[in-house]
Write a protein that binds this ligand. Structure first.
Ligand code: COA
Length: 345
């Protein structure tokens, strides 16, 4: 039986046995730099590294450009037989190439289903963290990894620089379950990034200035209505303010999404309302579905009940809300728009 455990400082000897039985340069999914591998025999180096791996799971001690990740060792009969690392977000590099998950199995334990089992258990962790779908990549000629990923239901999405890219979708992800509450950092999904506006961007929006990274039809009047009216940096509750929707395929700003303010502390349901919109040229590409998958669970993880209003005729918006787990309440607002609620899970 393979059990995934957190890297454990008491397993130094087992870790060195594992490394001694590994045949590739670097260690995929080991959460360890190439420079550290040869000095792992030093107990102090090992201990510091294990502590760092624990910290990184919670977003601490992250080197520039790295995202938090869950690193696990696969233990079988007291031996470390594999390693696996789940990156919690996709940077541009991970989206193009590295994916959410990396893994490796020691030579003597290969072709015994270890990678398959590590991936299965880690996909369950991803689901609990609200990471869905999951991107897993492998080298074009890595038959073992390719079969592992395809066996887990990976859907091929093309190759980039010799890496095959696969998306694995958990059909039963409880939408609305996310580990991390809404913060000031960008939220990154498969198709979009949601980034809070800077003071400069707020001013540019209201002054009619055009920016090179804005789609030609951005902003729409609704983007202006929803945008903050003054400088936002440093304001309390800024995480609830309007965000730019950035299409990851070309890095263009194609819309906005935000909450009309933080929850009212006097409201026991902590209700917030979400608003969003895309320019014409960005519609029909699944971008709002991806954006809601990011923003709604984060708001819920902050303890909020999320509501939305949309016109009955706006089929795309209604579909996106329904996919994100909202249900129509039957009520309408002053503009006669339907009210939707995503209950706290
Ligand atoms: C790729 C790797 C992780 C596979 O680990 P593993 O534990 O041997 O994989 P599994 O036993 O779970 O096998 C999964 C599938 O791949 C097949 N497979 C594994 N190795 C294979 C090989 N060398 N050739 C052909 N098929 C292979 C298995 O038969 C199984 O297929 P099936 O389910 O259709 O029977 C392992 O070879 C490894 O660590 N390689 C070096 C690091 C690496 O490449 N990491 C992945 C980076 S993306």
């Amino acid at each position: 039986m393979v059990e995934l455990i957190r890297p454990d400082v008491t397993l130094h000897r087992e870790w060195l046995d594992f490394l001694a039985d590994y045949d590739q340069p670097g260690l995929d999914g080991g959460s360890v730099s190439d420079e550290l591998l040869p000095v792992m025999g030093d107990p102090e180096v090992f201990r510091t590294w294990v502590e760092q791996v624990h910290a990184r799971e919670h977003g601490r001690e992250l080197p520039e450009g790295r995202v938090s990740s869950t690193s696990r060792w696969a233990l079988r009969d007291g031996e470390i037989v594999g390693v696996i690392d789940l990156r919690h977000e996709l940077t541009d590099l991970l989206l193009a190439w590295g994916g959410h998950i990396g893994y490796a199995v020691r030579v003597c334990a290969r072709r015994q289903g270890v990678a398959t089992e590590m991936l299965r258990q880690t996909l369950a962790v991803a689901t609990r963290l609200g990471i869905n779908p999951v991107l897993v990549t492998c080298d074009e000629d890595n038959v073992g990894s390719r079969r592992t990923i395809e066996g887990a239901g990976g859907v091929y999405d093309g190759s980039v620089e010799g890496k095959r890219r696969y998306w694995i979708t958990a059909a039963d992800t409880p939408i609305g379950y996310a580990a991390r509450p809404l913060g000031l950092d960008p939220l990154r999904g498969r198709l979009v990034e949601l980034r809070l506006m800077s003071n400069d961007e707020v001013r540019a929006l209201h002054s009619g200035e055009r920016r090179p990274d804005w789609a030609s039809d951005f902003p729409r009047p609704d983007d202006l209505d929803g945008a903050p009216l003054r400088d936002v940096e440093g304001l309390p509750g800024r995480e609830w303010s309007s965000r730019l929707v950035i299409r990851r395929s070309d890095h263009l700003v194609v819309g906005t999404l935000g909450f009309y303010g933080p929850p009212d502390p006097a409201d026991p349901a902590r209700t917030v309302e979400i608003g969003y919109g895309l320019v014409e040229s960005a519609r029909g590409q699944g971008l709002i579905t991806d954006a809601l998958r990011l923003a709604v669970p984060a708001a819920q993880a902050s303890g909020a009940t999320v509501t939305a209003h949309t016109a009955y005729e706006n089929v795309a918006s209604r579909r996106a809300l329904e996919r994100a787990g909202f249900t129509a309440t039957g009520e309408r607002n002053a503009e006669n728009d339907l009210r939707y609620v995503r209950a706290r899970s």
